[in-house]
Design a protein around this ligand. Structure first.
Ligand code: NAP
Length: 285
């Protein structure tokens, strides 16, 4: 029987815990306050933001969106972020990507004060990954943090296991590779130039696919004897439906466990973001 690594039971647990922690902070006069800065009105970004707002409000935290004109100059944008960095009431800031072409030359990830960087992208926060952290008291990037949370919740052993991560982006592939290595997995990081992907995935105990290509992982990538665990990070549209990177119907019967899309990594990313908000507020208290 294949185990479906659904996020919902863990999300429910986390919401209960975060609500308690949020109440304690508010009683002590420190309301967790998330500010999201959006440049323009990208519809996908607005959907992601709506989700962040929903979970924030569910746990009792304050949420505000600053929607800036896409013609904003670099100077105006930098001043806006600086104002938020210096506002003691704001405890977590997200600059929603993508920004306008004018702002793309800025080193966006390092603009937010690292103590308020709840996306966990600032170099001072990613440094923890290099130093071997898997601690929960650091502001770690949200998707990788959520993936580890999901694997732990379903008691999937990592120590000594061969994990093949496909995709080497700064927001998913690289940080999840580090986190897995920090948890004593043996990690192979594959990408678009990898020549022997099928060979690698067939020798994997855990496959993490973060590519963004529907049906990339098929039966040919799986060795059914290995009882592989798959985490599907991909978010793609196929025939008008949201799907992951894995050809789910044919692959899922051949593996021990797999995270569904939707309902797997996606909700874990948002809950990890709100967890980072609460953590950032607690650290300031
Ligand atoms: P990205 O920055 O576009 O990176 C994609 C990676 O995939 C690159 O490293 C690329 O290799 C690699 N790649 C492309 N084609 C490949 C192939 N045929 N074989 C092996 N590797 C290949 O993407 P991302 O931002 O990491 O996102 C990846 C996917 O995860 C997207 O679908 C995104 O929507 C989704 N995502 C989901 C969540 C969530 O919460 N569920 C969060 C973040 C992202 P090169 O480096 O060689 O170009």
């Amino acid at each position: 029987m294949t185990t479906l690594l659904k996020a919902q039971p863990l999300v429910d647990q986390k919401i209960a815990d975060l609500t308690k922690r949020c109440q304690t902070l508010i009683q002590n006069g420190r309301t967790p306050f998330m500010k999201v800065v959006l440049v323009g009105n990208n519809p996908a970004s607005l959907t992601y933001i709506k989700n962040k707002k929903r979970i924030c409000e569910m746990v009792g935290a304050k949420f505000e969106l600053d929607q800036l004109d896409d013609k904003i100059t670099k100077d105006e944008f930098l001043k806006h972020i600086e104002k938020l960095n210096n506002d003691p009431a704001v405890t977590g800031i997200i600059i929603q990507l993508p920004v306008s072409p004018e702002l793309k030359t800025l080193r966006i990830t390092n603009l937010v004060n690292p103590e308020k960087d709840i996306d966990g992208f600032h170099s001072k926060n990613t440094q923890w990954l290099y130093e071997g952290s898997y601690q929960t008291n650091h502001l770690l990037p949200c998707t990788p943090k959520g993936i580890i949370g999901l694997l732990d919740f379903y008691q999937i052993p990592l120590k000594g296991k061969h994990a093949v991560v496909i995709g080497r982006s700064l927001i998913v592939g690289k940080p999840i590779s580090m986190l897995l290595s920090n948890r004593d997995a043996t990690v192979t990081l594959a990408h678009s130039k990898t020549e022997n992907l099928v060979e690698l995935t067939k020798s994997a105990d855990i496959i993490i696919s973060a590519v963004g290509r529907a049906e990339l992982i098929t039966v040919s990538h799986i060795n059914p004897q290995r009882k592989t665990v798959i985490i599907d990070v991909g978010m793609n549209t196929l025939d008008g439906k949201l799907v992951g990177d894995v050809k789910f119907d044919e692959v899922s019967p051949l593996v021990a466990a797999i995270s569904p899309v939707p309902g797997g990594v996606g909700p874990m990313t948002v809950i990890s973001l709100v967890e980072n908000l609460i953590l950032a507020t607690e650290k300031k208290s």
